[in-house]
Design a protein around this ligand. Structure first.
Ligand SMILES: Cc1ncc(COP(=O)(O)O)c(C=O)c1O
Length: 384
């Protein structure tokens, strides 16, 4: 079901065409209100009880699990994608001669840690080249074999939204015995994800993009087979019985159950998690499938307008519905993003692709404005 424009939930001024959710989502008014309430609670610490160290975190687990069709027991609270990916890297087994599979131009937070791990273990980092026909799924599958010990990929490429079929890649990962790690930050909240079907070992996303939450809070779903691994840090809260503040120095080898052992210290209970939770509740009310479909109507229009001007676009059947990359070619000025920004039109330029990432606060008028400016600043792109 397509959702009507929801700009009223956000504080975007009428003269701003913000088409850059893949960079950072604008804050919803209700999320800002929740943030202010929690910020002011710190002025009254006598009202903050030991229970408060746990309740919002448990609510986050429940909501994130619902968002990805997973289990609350499998959810850890992290600060960032790099934190979650580092937990994964600390727990997978990589031997000499093994291969770790990543994509060409993959985001650094899901790249460097694998390069380091490969170096430390005498393994090979297999970088899947960008396929000309945008079929990343085939390209990844062709690069997996019995030596693959980890496949660490996104749901869609951050530069242009080109999509991977994670169900098929996950199936192959299980066949070859590889750990399956997914960076979901550029899709969760705007693209349906089904943990039961895809079965990632680690699925990480932080909240500040498509999950419409604050910066500095993230979530990770961990498969059952990795729920007894090593946390990155040894804090007090992820240990068994941490609810009892009177016995924290009765040190224990035990952890909190499920994936809680991987929770970061000071996990944002008093500001970031309540804000992230408010945003997840709103997304679940709209429905991720509906959000995806509604944004898809806008990206289809962008694809059509771009094609009329001879720009290369990742076609609909190869991309996510919520993001589209336009390859304008040599005629684009180097400062294209700032020229657009001067006219209050906001997109990103990533690896030669103009990445347009609208949301349900955008409408056709915003897209008209984008192409109006492109027609003026990029020579030779006027529509045919
Ligand atoms: C694909 C992808 N992964 C991760 C991130 C952010 O990483 P981190 O949370 O480690 O800062 C971004 C930010 O643009 C991204 O596009």
């Amino acid at each position: 079901m397509s959702i009507t424009n929801q700009r009223e939930f956000f504080g975007i001024p009428p003269d701003v065409a913000y088409l850059n959710c893949a960079y950072m989502s604008p804050q919803m008014k209700s999320v800002g209100r929740v943030g202010k309430e929690w910020l002011s609670r710190k002025s009254r610490p006598w009202e903050i009880t030991p229970d408060d160290f746990f309740t919002e975190a448990e609510e986050s687990r429940r909501l994130f699990a619902e968002l990805v069709d997973g289990e609350a027991e499998g959810v850890s609270i992290v600060s960032s994608v790099s934190y979650g990916i580092s937990v994964a890297a600390a727990n997978v087994e990589v031997g000499r001669g093994d291969s770790i599979v990543v994509l060409d131009e993959q985001f650094p937070s899901n790249y460097y840690v694998w390069r380091e791990l490969a170096k430390e273990n005498g393994a090979k980092l297999t970088i899947v080249p960008r396929p000309k026909d945008h079929d990343w799924t085939r390209a990844v599958l062709e690069n997996m074999n019995e030596y693959t010990s980890v496949v660490a990929v996104p749901n869609c490429h951050w530069t242009d939204g080109s999509l991977l079929d994670l169900e098929r890649i996950g199936e192959r990962a299980r066949e070859v015995g590889a750990a399956f790690v997914v960076d979901g930050i550029q899709s969760l909240g705007a693209h349906p994800f089904d943990v039961e079907k895809i079965q990632p070992d680690f699925l990480v996303a932080s909240a500040y993009k498509w999950m419409l939450g604050p910066y500095g809070a993230g979530f990770m779903h961990v498969s059952e087979r990795f729920r007894d691994g090593k946390p990155l840090e040894h804090n007090w809260v992820n240990r068994e019985n941490s609810e009892d503040f009177t016995s924290l120095t009765e040190y224990t080898d035990g952890f909190q159950p499920g994936a809680r052992r991987y929770d970061m210290g000071e996990r944002g209970n008093f500001l970031l998690l309540p804000m992230a939770n408010e945003a997840m509740r709103r997304i679940l009310e709209w429905g991720v499938g509906n959000i995806s479909e509604s944004i898809g109507e806008l990206t289809d229009l962008i694809e059509a307008e771009a094609a009329r001007r001879g720009m290369e676009v990742v076609p609909k059947d190869r991309r996510a519905r919520h993001m589209v990359g336009l390859r304008i070619g040599g005629s684009a000025p180097d400062d294209l993003a700032s020229r657009l920004a001067e006219e209050n039109v906001f997109v990103s330029v990533r690896s030669g692709s103009v990445r347009v990432s609208p949301h349900i606060y955008n409408d056709e008028g915003d897209i008209e404005r984008l192409f109006d400016v492109l027609d003026r600043v990029v020579p030779g792109t006027h529509s045919a």
